[in-house]
Design a protein around this ligand. Structure first.
Ligand SMILES: NC(=O)c1ccc[n+]([C@@H]2O[C@H](COP(=O)([O-])OP(=O)(O)OC[C@H]3O[C@@H](n4cnc5c(N)ncnc54)[C@H](OP(=O)(O)O)[C@@H]3O)[C@@H](O)[C@H]2O)c1
Length: 229
């Protein structure tokens, strides 16, 4: 497998690069600066590119079999209320350029990191979660993931959108599984587990055309943690 990773310098993207390389895949990591290219380990190849620029994307995906998109709209700090430092349409503009380039190059497989709450999953967020999201800067990410998923849905690609709820940086954590009705929305999924799922899903045709909500495999069973059963 020849995999291109956008957002390779990010907290999830770095794990994807490492895990896919360990699996023996040929990995091209796309980063924003030469400095990051030098700092990134594990990738067979890393390249500086702008994910929103169609020409840059076309060059990055040349010769690829599959694409993983781990981009995120960055804030000044990890606080959900911190001001944005990325454009609010970063992910959808990138997906627009990536979809176009993939269709032209005949590359079909793409896995996109979205978020639970995007698109039709918004209705499954409880009122207090929706209030928090609306008040915080996270609303921009949610709106842009919704736009990205629409672009993927209307493309002819073999896409999968992964929708984790909350992420953290715990290591050695249990794997992710698909969310089931009644699961707690407060269980945090480690970015490393998310990356393992991305790598697994890339080779799983049963996920084509699906938006997959994710929780950690260790999430409490419905009704045992005070969450609604
Ligand atoms: N945090 C959560 O609890 C949570 C929950 C559910 C879903 N998610 C979603 O998960 C995804 C990945 O999250 P993460 O924490 O792994 O992300 P992250 O560590 O913040 O990484 C974001 C990536 O996007 C890149 N990026 C940001 N602005 C850019 C720009 N203007 N041009 C090019 N690249 C840019 C960053 O590059 P640099 O390294 O150069 O800045 C980095 O590679 C996000 O889309 C997020 O919405 C997060």
């Amino acid at each position: 497998m020849r995999l291109v990773v956008f957002g390779a310098s990010g907290a999830t993207g770095r794990h994807v690069v490492t895990l896919a390389s360990e699996a023996g895949w040929s990995v091209r990591a796309v980063v924003r600066s030469k400095h990051q290219r030098l700092a990134l380990t594990g990738a067979g190849e890393s390249t500086v590119g702008d994910p929103t620029d169609p020409d840059s994307v076309a060059a990055a995906i040349s010769g690829a079999d599959a694409v993983a998109v781990c981009l995120g709209i960055s804030r000044r700090t990890r606080s959900p209320f911190a001001p944005l430092v990325s454009p609010p349409d970063l992910t959808s503009r990138s997906i627009g350029a990536i979809v176009q380039a993939m269709q032209r190059a005949g590359v079909r497989r793409i896995v996109y990191v979205s978020a639970f709450g995007a698109g039709d999953s918004w209705a499954q967020i409880p009122w207090w979660g929706r209030a928090f999201l609306r008040l915080s800067q996270v609303r921009h990410s949610m709106a842009d993931h919704t736009r990205s998923e629409s672009l993927l849905s209307s493309s002819a690609l073999d896409w999968t959108s992964l929708r984790p709820m909350l992420l953290d940086d715990a290591s050695g954590a249990l794997p992710a599984r698909e969310m089931r009705p009644g699961d707690s929305l407060l269980a945090k999924l480690s970015r490393e587990s998310l990356a393992r799922t991305i790598v697994a899903v890339l080779g799983d045709p049963s996920t084509h055309g699906r938006k997959v909500p994710l929780v950690p495999a260790a999430a409490p069973t419905p009704g045992t943690d005070g969450s609604p059963a």
